[in-house]
Each structure stands twice: as structure tokens, then as C-alpha cells.
Design a protein around this ligand. Structure first.
Ligand code: GLC
Length: 411
């Protein structure tokens, strides 16, 4: 955040956001009754499954014990710094024990509080803990009629606020509250301001997303990577295949190249990536996801500074061979399509002082005006996923973009 004179409210927000601004990478977990059907977490609604039929899934769900331990270890290994798990999705089934409904994991099939297991697992790996919670509820009798019946709205809003209170009371410190889908009410209808004031009273350090229909602490672009304006914090949430819930019929997964490209994009725009896994009903991570995350981890170990430390936004002119991230006078060029022995980068206006392969040797370069030519490179990319050049420039790294594009101003 570049603004100098912050209001007390903004100051407190920045205090709470500090770890999140540096986190860069988190694991989203969609797990619920729908995981048993394996056809997207919206299956109840998309296939119009009647409530009594869908409810049977609550007694047949028998996840194995402590499955989240494997997720948390995997997240850590992949270089993630936090996790966010669905505590209740639109289907209305609570993964936490609740005094407000018996439609919950402790009192049905699983026979225990799955949120507790998740929290313990994340903490054991030193990861921050986030709770996803869907306001929209397809199971609650007042979940839809609350829009036109005031008494129903009162009951339903009390129910929702009650859940949020339980989540903020029963699990120790919670780092993120991640609301979802505010259908069918408005912020006034949900009494969001009151609800979030209660949350902050119970969890003074928590950060809250923008999906209770009030902006709160950060934006949540979904399935696209678009920075928020004026330094407001944001987190792009993305699926691994096309669904959030376990969907084995969809085998088109992102690979390590895709994940690293997304990380580069969020780093360049000063945001975070919340990458989703949809575990099987037992709680196993789909093997493609763990394979890919186990490739991303070692890449980040070696190139971490170009992602976590690259805190200054830098627009890149689009180029076929890659794009930039930046910190001060270091510009990182993420070359993810290797051109061969020579790489030319246009538009970098600052004087280049040194170029090296990240974690490797110095390389030869020549600069004429806004053209940087790096030569003497190997025919094949040194890194099979994405090779990063660390380019030390004089002054603040900037790249002049093509005609009609934005120009990065020097500080
Ligand atoms: C959407 C979907 C939901 C998913 C969420 C994640 O709002 O309704 O299924 O949980 O996005 O951001």
C-alpha cells in the first residue's frame, strides 16, 4: 500500500494484512457431501436433487481420519503459506459441530468435527488457517424464502450469524474468514456490518474477504487474475481442473507450468493465488494435483525470491518468451518459453548492470537503448518449467510498453 497518511481503520487493516501480503500462495480445499457424487460441488442444484434424497449423503460420508494432515504437508511442500477449507458449502452441510443444526459432520456419517482436524493439521505445519463459509444455503428451509418473508429472514440470519460465531469461537485463532455467495439477500439483509463487527470482536487479527457484500479486507477475483485498484489487497482463486469439488470425470488439470505462470502473474500484480484441490470423499488428494504441487515446491525453493520477494508491481509488454516480476532494482524475467542460445527482451529502459540465472551463473549480455540481448545460453532451457533471469538494473526496474500502453513511472 503506497498511501502515506492512513486512517486508523486503514492502519489496522494493514496490520492485519501484513502476513497475507507476503504469503503469495495458499491452498483452497472444497470438501463436502458433494465429493461423494464427484460431479461438481453444485451437483445438488444443477441436477435438482431433492433435499430428502441429498440428505442421505450425510450418513454415507465416512472420510478417513486426519486426512487434512496430508493436505497440509503437501501445501507446505508446495510453498504455500495458508489454507482455506469449506466449513459449509451451498449444500448446507456443516463440516463443524454446531448447536444450531444436526446436519453436521459430528452428528452424521463422519462422526466427528472435520474442521477441528483441519485446523490442527494446518497449525502443525505452521500454515495460516482460513474458513470458507457459504452464506447461501440450499438446505435450510428459510434459505430462499428469507427474501420475501421477514420472519424467515430473521430466523435465517440468526442461524448464519450463529454459525459464524461458532466458527470464530471454537477453534482458536482463525486467520481468514472467506465468505461465499450472498444470494438472496443484500448486505443489509444479511446484516453484514453487524456480523463482521462480531467477527472482529472475537478474532481481532482476522482478515475477511469481500463476499458478504461489503468490501472488507481483500478482493477475490475468481478464475481470472486481475489486480484490485489503489493497492487494495486481492487474492485470485483458481481451480485445478474445472470444478472446485472432487470431479474425476474432468481430467483437464493445470500443470506445473500453468501454476508457476499464475504465481508470476499474482506476484507482478501484488496479489495472492489460492489454488484449489477437491479431495476424494475419503480425503485423498487427486494424484495429478499432488504430482504438480510436488513439482511447484522445488521450483519455488530455487526461485522463491522472484515470487515471494517480488513486491513491486511491474507491467510487462507481452512477449512470447516470458514476463517480469520485480523488486526495486532487480527485475526477474521468467522465461517460460525458451528461445535457444539467445534471448532478446525489448522495452527495458534502465541501464542493465548484471544478468544471472537465478541460483546459477552470470550470463553475457549487451544492451542497446531499449533492447537487451542475452547470449551464450544453452540450447535447452536450464529449468524444465521456467528459467528465471535476475536482472540488476540501475534505478528502479521499469519496462516501457509498446505504443498506446501504460508506462511505468520511475519512483
Ligand atoms: C463460486 C461457486 C462455488 C465456489 C466458489 C469459490 O462462488 O459458487 O462453488 O466455492 O466460487 O470461489
Amino acid at each position: 500500500m503506497s498511501k502515506v497518511n492512513l486512517t486508523p481503520e486503514e492502519k489496522d487493516r494493514e496490520r492485519r494484512l501484513k502476513w497475507f501480503r507476503a504469503a503469495r500462495f495458499g491452498m483452497f480445499i472444497h470438501w463436502g457431501l458433494y465429493s461423494q457424487l464427484g460431479r461438481h460441488e453444485w451437483v445438488m442444484n444443477r441436477e435438482r436433487i431433492p433435499i430428502p434424497e441429498y440428505e442421505k449423503l450425510a450418513s454415507t460420508w465416512k472420510p478417513k481420519r486426519n486426512a487434512p494432515r496430508v493436505w497440509a504437508r503437501l501445501a507446505k511442500e508446495a510453498g504455500m503459506r495458508y489454507m482455506v477449507m469449506t466449513t459449509k458449502h451451498h449444500e448446507g452441510f456443516c463440516l463443524f459441530d454446531s448447536k444450531l443444526t444436526d446436519y453436521n459432520a459430528a452428528q452424521r456419517g463422519p462422526g466427528r468435527d472435520l474442521v477441528s482436524e483441519y485446523v490442527e493439521a494446518a497449525r502443525a505445519e505452521g500454515l495460516r488457517v482460513g474458513f470458507y463459509y457459504s452464506l447461501m444455503d440450499w438446505h435450510h428451509p428459510d434459505g430462499a424464502r428469507c427474501i420475501k418473508d421477514e420472519r424467515a429472514r430473521r430466523r435465517f440470519v440468526d442461524y448464519i450469524h450463529g454459525h459464524v460465531r461458532e466458527l470464530c469461537t471454537n477453534y482458536g485463532k482463525v486467520d481468514i474468514l472467506w465468505y461465499d455467495v450472498g444470494w438472496p439477500l443484500s448486505a443489509e439483509g444479511w446484516e453484514s456490518a453487524k456480523m463482521n463487527a462480531m467477527v472482529r470482536q472475537l478474532q481481532p487479527d482476522i482478515i475477511i474477504n469481500n463476499r458478504s457484500k461489503v468490501p472488507e479486507d481483500f478482493g477475490t477475483p475468481e478464475q481470472h487474475i486481475t489486480p484490485e485498484k489503489s493497492g487494495r489487497m486481492w487474492e485470485a482463486c483458481m481451480t485445478f481442473n474445472q470444478s472446485w469439488g472432487y470431479t474425476p470425470i474432468d481430467s483437464r488439470y493445470k500443470d506445473a507450468w500453468d501454476v508457476i505462470s499464475m504465481l508470476r502473474q499474482v506476484a507482478a500484480g501484488g496479489g495472492n493465488l489460492l489454488l484449489n484441490i477437491g479431495p476424494t470423499p475419503e480425503g485423498n488428494v487427486p494424484s495429478v494435483c499432488s504430482k504438480v504441487l510436488k513439482q511447484v515446491g522445488p521450483w519455488l525453493q530455487k526461485h522463491g525470491d522472484s515470487i515471494y520477494q517480488a513486491i513491486d508491481p511491474m507491467h510487462s509488454e507481452w512477449m512470447c518468451t516470458g514476463a517480469f516480476t520485480r523488486k526495486g532494482d532487480i527485475a526477474y524475467y521468467h522465461c517460460n518459453q525458451w528461445p535457444g542460445r539467445q534471448l532478446a527482451i525489448g522495452g527495458l529502459m534502465n541501464k542493465v548492470e548484471d544478468v544471472r540465472l537465478m541460483g546459477g551463473a552470470r550470463v553475457k549480455f549487451a544492451q542497446t537503448k531499449d533492447r537487451l540481448v542475452i547470449s551464450g545460453l544453452p540450447e535447452k532451457a536450464p529449468d524444465p518449467i521456467s528459467t528465471v533471469f535476475e536482472i540488476k538494473v540501475k534505478g528502479v526496474a521499469k519496462q516501457i510498453l509498446g505504443a498506446g500502453c501504460v508506462v511505468i513511472k520511475e519512483k
